[in-house]
Structures are given as C-alpha cells and as structure tokens.
Ligand binder design. Sequence first.
Ligand SMILES: O=C(O)[C@H](O)[C@@H](O)[C@H](O)[C@H](O)COP(=O)(O)O
Ligand code: SF4
Length: 614
Amino acid sequence: MSPHPRLIEVTARIRARSAATRQRYLQHVAAHHARGVQRAGLGCTNLAHGYAAAPESDKIWLRAQHAPNIGIVSSYNDMLSAHQPLLAFPAWIKEAAREHGATAQFAGGVPAMCDGVTQGQPGMELSLFSRDVIAMSTAVALTHNMFDATLCLGVCDKIVPGLLIGALSFGHLPTIFVPGGPMPSGLSNEAKAKMRQRFAAGEVGPDALLAAEEQSYHSAGTCTFYGTANSNQMLMEIMGLHVPGSAFINPGTPLREALVREAANRVLQITAHGPDYTPIAEVIDERAIVNGIVGLMATGGSTNHTLHLVAIARAAGILIDWSDFDDISAVVPLLARVYPNGKADVNQFHEAGGLGFLIRELLDAGLLHEDVRTVAGGKAGLRAYTRHPVLHEGPDGQHVLAWEDAPATSGNDQIVGTVATPFAANGGLRLLKGNLGRSVIKVSAVKPEHQVVQAPAIVFEDQEDLLAAYKRGELQRDFIAVVRGQGPRANGMPELHSLTPTLTNLQDQGFKVALVTDGRMSGASGKVPAAIHVTPEALAQGPLGRVRDGDVILLDAVAGTLDALVSPQEWDARDLPTLDREAHHHGMGRDLFGGMRHTVTGAEQGAATFGGDW
Ligand SMILES: O=C(O)[C@H](O)[C@@H](O)[C@H](O)[C@H](O)COP(=O)(O)O
Ligand code: SF4
C-alpha cells in the first residue's frame, strides 16, 4: 500500500525544510564512517588504556581490531522502577558478544530522573534539562571511540530521548535500544487516580493514598499507564530501533533476557564489519520521524514528544514543527485506548495485540512509511515490526527465540481498534493557535463535551498557588487556570501533573475548567483540557504575560484555537509584567542549570540546549 497523500506531503516538506541541515549532518557521519574501525584511529596509549581492565580473552579481540566491539550506554539506577532491571543487562550483553567472537564494553552510565518521584517537587525543574544532560553523557561515553556499535539501555521520559540525541551525534554507529519492559499490573491507574481525587478533596488521609500508590507502583518495571515512558517504547518500535516486539515484555522473564541477548546478536550483524551496515543516521531519516509522529497520533501518545521528537529530529539534521504533528493528526485515527486515554494499561494493550497489531493496521492503510531501514535489517522494512517475539524449547531444552505474526484480529476491541473501527477519526494531539501564542493539547483523553471551554481566566504563577486557592474553596466555579512562568527559560518547564486531581474534581463537579500554561503536563495527564507548551513563554515576552484575572479565554480544541477575548486595542496596550523566577533558580541543584535556562530554545524548537549547528 503506497503511503497516504498527507504522509507524502508532510514528509516532502520536512525533507525540503531540512535539506541543508540534513546534508551537513550526513557529511559528518560519512566522515566518521570513512575512518573504518573506529578504534583503529586510536594511538597505542589510547588503546592500552581503553582495554586495560578487560579480560585477557577480550584483549585479544580488541587488540586485533577485526571483531566488532559494542559500547553499552546504560541509565540503570534504583530510583526508576523501569530502570532497575537494567542492572543485569550488561553481563548478558557481554556473554552474547563473546559467543559471537566479539566484545562489549560498558562505555558509560547516564543519569536518569524519575518524574514520578520529582512530580510536584523542585527536582521537576531539572527534569527537562536532564534530557540534554543525558545526551551529553551519552556522548561522553561514546567519545572513547572504541566502538563499532552502540546498545542504549533506557526506558523513561527524558532518558530515551536523551540517549537517542546522544547516539545520533555518533550517527555512523549502528544503535539498538534495549528496554526493561512494564511492571506487572497492580491497582488500576483509574482506581489510583480516583484515590488521588478523594485525597485532594479531603475525603481520605495520606495513609489511604500511600497504600493505593504502593499497590499501583509495586515492583520493578515501567509504570503501566501510557505516558512518556511507554510512548518512548512505541517510538523505538515504530522508528525501527528495537529488536521487534521488545517494547512491552515484562522484566525478570526468560523472554526479556532472550531479547536483551538478541539485541547484542543483532547489533553485531549490522556493523561496518559486515555486509548489512546500518548506521543509526540511516535509520532516523525523515520517514522514520514521520512514522514516529503517526505512532503518537494513533496511540494518544505523550504530549512531551511534541518537544522530544522535535529535539531528536534536530539531532539528525531534520527540522519539524507542530504544524507537522497537526497535519498528520488530521488523517491518523486513534487506535488505542490505554490510560489516560482509556481504562486499560500497557500489559492489557500488549495482550490485546499491542504494537504489532497496531503497526500492521497502519501499514495496511498506508499510514506509515513501510520502505524504511530498521535495525531488524533485511528487506522487510517496518513490516518486521508486525510480529511478536516468543520462546520455543530447543532440542536440549534451551530457549529458542522466534517471532510470530501479531494476531489477525484485536484481542479486545475496547483497547485496540482498527483503521475501519477506530476510537476517533483523528489523532490524539492538536496544535492550538491564537493571540496567546502556539500550544498543543492532547485530546485523546478529553471527552468531546470538554474540548471547547470558554471561561474567565484566573492567573497563577506557581501550581502551589492554584492548589492553595482550591483548599480555600475559591475555585468552585467555571474558570480557565492560566499558570504562567513555567517555560524552559523561567524554571525548566516542569510538568504540572500535580494539578490533575484538583482540576478533575472540579470538572467532575460539573464546572467548566481548563488549564493554559507555558509549562508541561505528564504523558499520564488526561481528562482536563490543557493547552500546554504555550510559546513564546511568558518570561520571553510571550503574550501569556498579558492575561489578567477575569479575561474571558476560549480554548477550542476542535477549531484549533486559543484566544483571550480582549479587544485588540486593549490587548496591545497592555504592559508585559516582569516575572520574578529567582526562587526557582537556587537550591536542589538548580543553581547548576543557569546556563541551560539561558540557552534553551523555545518549546516548538524542542526546548533544546544543544546547538545542532550543522
Ligand atoms: O510524562 C510522563 O509519562 C510522566 O512524566 C510520568 O513519567 C510521571 O512519572 C508521572 O508523574 C507519573 O504519573 P503519576 O504522577 O500519575 O504517578
Ligand atoms: S514511567 Fe515515570 S514514574 Fe514510572 S518509572 Fe518511569 S519516570 Fe518514573
């Protein structure tokens, strides 16, 4: 099936827009590739240092330089339940490499922040910047230049985007992403959210809330809602950077271990030592980026990817903007109902057919580029990702990894839809334009009756002020909360997900409520209409600074508009307030990020602190 005309149109305009930057990027990649086996370019002293601590058996291969060496970049730590399983992976990878006459070295670790731990805390003001710290840390690891391929171990929000941005600065290296998989299902996300609302309303105490949270977040593995972490897994499949079907296999299972070992096997088969050389620069091209946007729309993916995917594309010399997301959203149906876009979690999504089924639906409808390069190799292109991994028993009882086609029909048509019977005719993310600037909204989790809100503004400069007003009983009415001074330059563009239970309570009471902010929301946010990432941000003289209490605001996710209904004369005559964000620049490490606050680009440019100056 040839691609949908809209896909062809958007891909062509991205290619045209990116011609110069993509060409310069590929020239850098080619120059590195031309040097051949990368460690051959090191001096004797460099080499001796590079494998001094390696086992003698590995030194033979590393010294000889005719066997590939894998660089492992890992974001293991105990703070993210999703990343704790990564601890065991490097040993499996090294074993698998040796079985294939090759080697693997732990090139470096990268930091990883759990947005759940820092949600509503000062640490959340470092969260977005941590993405670029991770990218730089990835570069620090790989710049040892001992490697012919990269395995990136990571799962969550800023970590996969950071690893990918870093890996793309070594675009000559074949790269495979290795996830840990979701934790088994515990207390449902919906029941957890209800308990939070009851706590916000003062109906239950902290003991009841903590018990519910612990039943929801109960073991190692990724949280089971469809937020940014699991949107990352979808992207790594649909952009061809996973061993097919790796996304949603639980940690601590034989199949997960087999997939980790297969990632090592696979990446060794696509190095420049062999005939199927597949550098990451040729996997992440304009078609892969468009496929990623399609995947976000079809699954109701995280709004954070209207920032991260822009930054990732930039790192590959590809320029995208929110109009690309909006135009693709208009033709891509919503095919998944996973919390917050429904009641199911990612385990149930996977059991119902998961990404293999969804990718096949989109391919068969011409809504994905099929003829793309992937780490799965061969001529299958993206069709390779319509299959699921399984374990068979070999002749001597060992596990044998194989792949089976995704089920022919959806295992649950309330969780995984088809292009013929979608949950919505278009995608989950919309661009809003108007006199407040440009912003995005995730509509896949917002009921139709809440997608157009017109109400008076109440202006806040911190989320705590809104929560305090709620506790004082001042918000029992229709209103649009304008929470400004939350942009990347102001305070690192935190997620304001802590507002969700309060705003949902008010919505459930029947009030018309919405949020407008230059900050972010979590990928797990959903029911309340939120126009987020408003750009230019208030601190950068953005029009959000002009809003006053009582101004009537119209947020229209159907028409794609966001406006303060104030006469142009009065609007233009208003002064822009000076926002004092100093308190957000000190303490809990924030002093160290002043340089990033000064150099960060706007939200629509990915809120990036790296230049990408091709
Ligand atoms: O974008 C995301 O998916 C969020 O950043 C998510 O990773 C974050 O951890 C949420 O805070 C978790 O949701 P709860 O706060 O509802 O547990
Ligand atoms: S999904 Fe979010 S809360 Fe869960 S481990 Fe990852 S970053 Fe932390």
